[in-house]
Ligand binder design. Structure first.
Ligand code: ATP
Ligand code: MG
Length: 412
């Protein structure tokens, strides 16, 4: 894409009303725009990142057997009355139409997915299965001060699994942990993400959170020094021993909850009377698990973990483009390189703007693409381009002969 065509612009100065690093950088670099506290527009650069995150999640959840669907945001009040959450859930947005009919704007989708499953489960042979979606969630978050980490409207991947018995749920739940680790690894959060014991509410002793360590975190976790498993402070004022390896040495860290998996058991199937006859003809309540990841929160976490004083440092897997092609008064030559690379399938953002080098370098650092390709008069004389690694600042050169430049990126 040519940067001159990008309708968004970068902002040089720090934003006065943003306290979080993720919002500062994402807004200044033109990835998102803030509408009001906790409500954001995703701009072209941001949407490319979100789509990459979504695709990573989709690939991994498909591999786990999830079937993708799309459920409504507007949900019937009756369903919420049935589970008791119409009155008990503080952060539920309620809407009313001109006839006085009320509905909920979904903060989660059990109230839709359980009656949906009921329509298709006729026999124990229909189990197990799991469905998921990428959908907007609405939550009346009162402390929406962490940028895109805490939206009042935000996209979540939510997966729901249905099982005949607890043993089957357990097996799937364990598999989902590995899937989650893979997702966070692919998104560039491997080193900082810890499986964390958290509260599970009334239906199960614990849930498991995936907590990414960063100073921006709103949660406090205790990380086992030996095996890396963590415990959320909310469930234990003082941790005595690691639930996994029994070690007693912990360190306290601030962390962001990037994902959460729960064994719901029969908490939502019971109110809807979702039962099935097992092989012996006995009536059984179906047990469920649910598994969430916030996409905006994941993008914001990546920024919190991967940035420096100049801007964002995107991991290659979720970067909006791989290469930032910076033309320093060499537009014709740079345009040729741009065409060649784009035709070869390399994602290039081409800074073809009529701007001075200082502005181009500063913007490239702020936007944070993994590689900056500098096309300058001097480099052209040597028939080469300069490739700067945004992360570690190292500089390499690739010759323009024999399309060496393509090989450099295609082998990545
Ligand atoms: P928190 O404790 O941070 O408020 P939660 O425990 O209420 O979150 P869950 O219901 O477990 O959130 O939601 C599943 C996932 O959705 C979370 O792990 C997180 O990745 C994401 N998420 C939850 N709330 C928000 C939000 N307000 N904005 C963006 N993402 C969110
Ligand atoms: Mg949670």
């Amino acid at each position: 894409m040519k940067q001159s065509q990008l309708f968004t612009k970068t902002q040089k100065d720090a934003l006065k009303d943003e306290v979080s690093v993720n919002a500062q950088l994402l807004i200044r670099a033109g990835f998102v725009d803030k509408e009001m506290a906790g409500v954001y527009t995703v701009l072209p650069l941001g949407l490319r990142v979100m789509n990459k995150i979504e695709n990573i999640i989709r690939e991994e959840i498909n591999a786990l057997g999830g079937q993708e669907i799309f459920m409504p945001s507007m949900q019937p009040k009756e369903n919420w009355l049935k589970t008791g959450r119409w009155d008990s859930m503080d952060d539920l947005y309620k809407v009313k139409d001109a006839s006085g009919r009320e509905a909920a704007l979904g903060p989660t989708h059990e109230e839709i997915v359980v009656p949906l499953a009921q329509k298709f489960i006729n026999s124990y042979k229909d189990l197990p299965f799991s469905v998921y979606q990428f959908q907007n969630k609405f939550r009346m978050e009162l402390r929406a001060k962490s940028g895109i980490l805490r939206g009042r409207e935000f996209i979540m991947k939510d997966l729901y699994s249905f099982h005949l018995d607890e043993a089957d749920l357990d097996a799937y739940y364990e598999k989902s942990k590995a899937t989650y680790f893979k997702i966070f690894e692919r998104a560039g959060l491997k080193e900082v993400t810890h499986l964390t014991f958290a509260s599970g509410g009334s239906f199960s002793k614990y849930s498991h959170e995936f907590q990414a360590i960063t100073p921006a975190g709103e949660d406090i976790i205790y990380v086992c020094e030996k095996c890396g498993l963590a415990v959320n402070k909310e469930i234990k004022a003082e941790v005595v021993e690691c639930p996994e390896c029994k070690n007693t040495q912990f360190r306290e860290e601030k962390a962001i909850e990037v994902g959460n998996i729960f064994k719901l058991m029969t908490k939502y199937t019971q109110p809807f009377g979702l039962t099935v006859k097992n092989e012996k003809g006995e009536t059984k309540e179906i047990v469920m698990g649910c598994y969430g990841i916030g996409l905006g929160r994941l993008m914001g976490t990546v920024v919190e973990v991967h940035h420096d004083e100049k801007g964002i440092v995107w991991p290659e897997t979720v970067a909006p483009f791989q290469v930032h092609l910076l033309s320093l008064s060499q537009n014709e030559k740079a345009a040729e390189i741009y065409e060649t690379m784009t035709a070869a399938g390399i994602e290039v953002l081409f800074d073809d703007r009529d701007a001075n080098p200082g502005v181009k370098f500063a913007d490239a650092d702020l936007i944070g693409l993994p590689y900056q390709l500098v096309v300058s008069e001097k480099n052209m004389r040597d028939n080469r381009v300069e490739i700067k690694n945004r992360k570690n600042g190292t500089v390499e050169y690739a010759s323009l002969d024999n399309l060496e430049i393509l090989g450099y990126f295609q082998n990545k």
